[in-house]
Design a protein around this ligand. Structure first.
Ligand code: SF4
Ligand code: SF4
Length: 364
């Protein structure tokens, strides 16, 4: 397993991190012992970053991790999260996480799921989430305060420049990388560790592997392998969080983490040009379409529409809810001025798509 320095924390983190959101149920419930065995196996094979959160796996993920942590074969670091804006609520959530995880401190505690700059500001107010996390850090309950976000690259850069965080977890993959590239580079430049989540675009990359076959190099056993390598081989990215539910997945991911040959510049150019040309129905996340007079974040809607092209409208509306925290009904505010379409680098029929999205099913 390859290891990288997580920002300036002095910690060496495995290039593949364990995502604790994909434990597999046995029948109607989770077999805690079986799931904990998957965690321990990953640790035995070199993974040392374990990412969990309240609510993952029907709120069982932290309990499963806690069981595994009682008898881990090697040294490990724990990441969990809290999305509360209020300081006392964050404190209560942190104490609950510590209890469930059975550990004295959280190594990487996330101010969770910052969606916009206004949202960021709301976590930083007096009596708010960040202040409470800082106090907990002084008390030794948190080692590093980090944040996770679905913001765009410019917004991430603004947050990073404020200098309050030691690391960031952001969604980044072969489908959306132009949307966050600037933020990724800013985080690296300012000495933050970077974990990337969602490297397989919510499972769409393996499900539609024929679409993405062009990302594979000679060394990649599969498209999944290539997608993980795309993230993990970049110097700006410390660790790639891969959701693991079975021992087979652990073995597969560990293998990828043993060798992370960088994508050549030629290969990245080829991928970009494929994204920008032959896959011309897809939004690339370039964000030239922003500044809508109705304040619609057009790129976010179009990235959600990608999920529909590659999956289904249900996946699109789920994406709106779980990734952007935005109701899809917002599309009804479009006044069809055409500004975004005129600027779209992919010449996407944005207005037509927004209309169609108004009829999407409710998220689940
Ligand atoms: S067409 Fe609709 S979404 Fe596009 S800029 Fe105009 S109002 Fe905004
Ligand atoms: S300009 Fe077009 S391709 Fe770029 S983010 Fe906007 S909708 Fe997507």
């Amino acid at each position: 397993m390859l290891y990288k320095e997580y920002g300036k924390t002095g910690k060496k983190i495995s290039v593949i991190g364990f995502g604790g959101m994909r434990f597999v149920k046995s029948g109607d419930s989770y077999d805690f012992d079986q799931c904990a065995e998957v965690v321990r196996k990953a640790n035995e094979l070199g993974i040392n970053y374990f990412d969990t959160a309240p609510y993952y796996c029907e709120d069982r993920s932290e309990d499963i991790m806690g069981l595994a942590f009682k008898k881990m074969p090697k040294e490990f670091y724990v990441s969990t999260k809290c999305s509360e804006k209020n300081g006392s609520k964050l404190r209560a959530s942190l104490e609950k996480s510590l209890k469930r995880l059975g550990i004295p401190k959280i190594n990487f505690f996330h101010i969770w799921c910052i969606l916009t700059l206004d949202d960021y500001k709301s976590r930083m107010v007096k009596g708010g989430a960040y202040e409470a996390a800082l106090k907990a850090k002084e008390e030794g309950l948190i080692e590093h305060i980090v944040f996770s976000t679905h913001c765009n690259g410019d917004e991430i850069e603004t947050i990073v420049k404020d200098g309050c965080f030691e690391g960031v977890t952001l969604g980044y993959n072969i489908l959306n990388f132009p949307f966050r590239q600037k933020g990724l580079e800013a985080a690296y430049k300012h000495g933050l560790g970077v974990a990337t989540m969602n490297p397989l675009s919510g499972g769409l990359i393996p499900q539609k592997s024929e679409y993405f076959d062009f990302i594979r190099g000679k060394e990649d056993a599969s498209v999944v392998n290539a997608a993980l390598r795309f993230n993990g081989s970049q110097k700006e990215i410390t660790t790639v969080l891969a959701g693991m539910g079975t021992l087979e997945e652990v073995l597969e991911n560990v293998k990828v983490g043993e060798r992370m040959q960088e994508f050549s510049e030629t290969k990245i150019k080829e991928i970009e040009s494929k994204l920008f040309s032959s896959m011309d129905k897809l939004c690339t996340g370039c964000r030239y379409c922003e500044h809508c007079p109705q304040e619609l974040s057009v790129s976010k809607y179009m990235i959600a529409y990608n999920q529909q092209i590659l999956g289904s409208s249900q996946e699109g509306s789920n994406w709106m809810k779980w990734h952007w925290g935005m109701p899809v009904e917002g599309v009804k505010n479009c006044i069809e001025c055409g500004l975004c379409e005129n600027k779209c680098t992919q010449h996407l029929p944005i207005m037509e798509r927004l209309k169609e999205m108004s009829g999407w099913p409710a998220p689940v």
